[in-house]
Design a protein around this ligand. Sequence first.
Ligand SMILES: Nc1nc2c(ncn2[C@@H]2O[C@H](COP(=O)(O)OP(=O)(O)O)[C@@H](O)[C@H]2O)c(=O)[nH]1
Ligand SMILES: [Mg+2]
Length: 338
Amino acid sequence: MRLALPVRHTALGERGIIVAFMPTVNSHALDALAQGVLLGEVRAIARAITLVESREPARVEILARLFPHTGHAFKLGITGAPGAGKSTLTYQLIPRLKAKGYRVGVLAVDPTSPFSGGAILGDRIRFDDVLEGVYIRSLASRGSIGGLSRGVPPAVRVLEAAGYDLILIETVGAGQLQVDVRFVADTVVLTLVPEAGDVIQAMKAGIIEIADIYVINKADREGATRMRLDLRNALELGGKPKGWNPPITLTEAIHGKGVDELVEFIEEHKQYQQQSGGWHQRRLQQLEWELQSLIHDTLEQQARSVTQQLFSRETLESVLHGAENPFPKLQVWMQTRQ
Ligand SMILES: Nc1nc2c(ncn2[C@@H]2O[C@H](COP(=O)(O)OP(=O)(O)O)[C@@H](O)[C@H]2O)c(=O)[nH]1
Ligand SMILES: [Mg+2]
């Protein structure tokens, strides 16, 4: 079935990402789109994700239709600095997670290609066998709050509605920004590399405490064991945690080494969370963040138009020349809103 969504035109957006501008989508087309997603049609999934990533009001309408079929997937966040091996690790995790019976979807919030030539060619397994039945999508990292794409939670819902029950989310973390990945993922895997430098510095920057599982990838290089010791000591500085004690595991993603153990830790953390009630707490936070970012988006658009209404081009000119004070006007506007 082909969907007749009125896509007006497409343009090459920032970083060469194709952006579709959609005028108001009618309710019939949205029903058809939702139906296509529920049937797992790849084209419908792609369109629905483009829609929910956009700022069209219709994105909330499609989410309303899909909602009853969402909320069941396990969301696995893979974060870490660019080049740490997240994509290679993701590629290695996929067949193992499939073997456990999961239907896997991948969302990559990465300005670079999610599966670089290096990551694929460095591997023996044929591309098609591994990725068969896996839906992979890159999301723009622009329009983000704290470095995390607002497109992630609604894109997760689209994939859930389409029947995917494990969503891998690859995000480039940089410093404090990684903190937010908890708002979209049930389990966070932080990928480090031996040459990442001083563990203590990273701890101080607040980069490191957020993970549920630590991976020291590129363990074929020098310093991995040393780094594990440093990291273990650093994590235990504040005493042993009462609940989950985050494991630190070594991998060589390009050779697939250590990945089976990583999968076991992932399953363990999932079970631990379900039993301890941590899962529920985290999902409450995720839901709040999802709704907050949708509201934030709308208010941001309103802020732009209110600013234009209050301050015309001429007003701005005279403010700039000192002929007018903008703040009394703003004060009045704020008072009328209270
Ligand atoms: N030596 C070594 N290189 C690796 C390993 N894992 C990944 N790489 C390489 O590191 C580079 C970056 O990997 P990629 O998965 O694209 O990193 P990402 O930016 O974190 O997604 C690629 O050239 C990989 O082949 C590993 O275990 N050992
Ligand atoms: Mg990558």
